[in-house]
Write a protein that binds this ligand. Structure first.
Ligand SMILES: Nc1ncnc2c1ncn2[C@@H]1O[C@H](COP(=O)(O)OP(=O)(O)OP(=O)(O)O)[C@@H](O)[C@H]1O
Ligand SMILES: [Mg+2]
Length: 343
């Protein structure tokens, strides 16, 4: 399932012939040969990770304390927003038990190109480079059961074997929680810029966000900020100009709305309460990166494989994603300028 070890007897470094303990390839036992191959593959992977650090300007992890808050939707949205601004962007879906990024982008049936032990990412809209365990699973309907160490080894291999090339940004989407996967990535991938935490507006989100922020602190990663997803649901309509109308909100409660001089009206319903993200950010002293509206088009887009940013590039959801990206970029800029240089 994973690609073969990148063994090539022609392209590798010269064998270290003066170390007597190392058996030559001809005299090695089958077990020793396997060990040598594994060591070689690991060394190549490490070298590639170092190269990745040089070639990828920004690496951003997207986390949440709770499942289903929209991490994958947000990861895809951030990546597309950056890509449509002309940036070179990669998106890595590290959710190995429920990878759904390719489906959200309508590229789930792509066959990945593997050459010299390196996996070449699939290409999505706006040239977005995408890698997901979904591409490597033989049967997407079969549950994947990984034992801890095997899963972690697979993730390391997964990260180190991808040929990203030069990127302005790599967005990394995770399964919910702060367990093995983000820990493994934070320890294996050098030069991660920081963590973006996705939450929903309920107050309970505060508790979950705190766990993610503490995780970032524990592994010495900067928390770039909190994004509130599934924020208010915006309704729009028209009625006689400069009039007052009543619309029926959730639980049958009437809401009075004024129309403007052209007869347009608009109201935002806080379906999941409001302000959880902003208050979580304030209380935990991390930046608030913005809110993304509750948008039924996001659910449709997730099922149809056409993200809202692609389906409605000038819509309010696309605009909200652009604003979050702008805030993330200014956090990254601030981070750069606040770095202390020791000469
Ligand atoms: N802003 C939004 N408005 C409406 N629906 C949304 C929004 N964001 C996400 N959704 C929907 O919520 C569901 C969960 O989203 P998503 O899969 O992105 O969450 P997740 O945090 O990645 O989940 P998991 O924890 O399982 O990885 C999906 O059906 C998605 O379409
Ligand atoms: Mg997800």
């Amino acid at each position: 399932m994973m690609p073969d070890s990148p063994i090539s007897h022609h392209s590798g470094p010269e064998p270290i012939s003066d170390i007597k303990e190392l058996p030559s390839e001809d005299s090695a036992s089958p077990e020793q040969k396997v060990q040598m191959e594994q060591a070689y593959a690991q060394m190549m992977r490490k070298m590639r990770m170092t190269k990745m650090d040089e070639e990828i300007k920004h690496k951003i992890m997207v986390l949440s304390g709770k499942g289903g808050v929209g991490k994958s939707t947000v990861s895809v949205g951030l990546a597309l927003s950056l890509a449509r601004q002309g940036k070179k962007v990669g998106l890595m879906d590290i959710d190995i038990t429920g990878p759904n990024v390719p489906k959200m982008l309508g590229i789930e049936n792509v066959d990945l190109h593997v050459e010299n032990g390196q996996i070449f990412p699939a290409i999505g809209p706006h040239g977005l480079k995408v890698i997901s365990m979904a591409f490597l699973l033989e049967d997407p309907d079969k549950p994947v059961i990984w034992r801890g160490p095997i899963k972690l080894g697979a993730i390391q291999q997964f990260i180190g074997d991808v040929a990203w090339g030069e990127l302005d940004a790599l967005i990394i989407d995770f399964p919910p929680g702060t367990s093995d996967e983000p820990l493994t990535v934070s320890q294996s991938l050098p030069g991660i810029d920081g963590v973006v935490i996705v939450t929903t507006p309920q107050e309970v989100a505060l508790l979950d966000s705190r766990k993610s922020i503490n995780f970032a602190k524990t592994v010495s990663l900067q928390c770039l900020g909190v994004v509130e997803n599934m924020s208010g649901y915006n309704l729009k309509g028209s009625a006689p100009p400069d009039s007052e109308i009543s619309i029926i909100g959730p639980s049958g409660i009437p809401i009075d709305v004024h129309t403007d001089s052209t007869g347009s009206w608009s109201v935002t319903l806080d379906i999941f309460k409001s302000g959880g993200g902003a208050s979580a950010a304030e209380e935990l002293e991390v930046p608030f990166l913005g809110s993304l509206p509750f948008d039924p088009g996001i659910v449709r887009g997730g099922d149809d494989g056409v993200h809202r940013i692609i389906a409605e590039p000038d819509g309010s959801t696309a605009e909200a994603f652009d604003l979050v990206v702008k805030n993330i970029l200014s956090e990254l800029d601030g981070r750069k300028s606040s770095k202390v240089r020791i000469s």
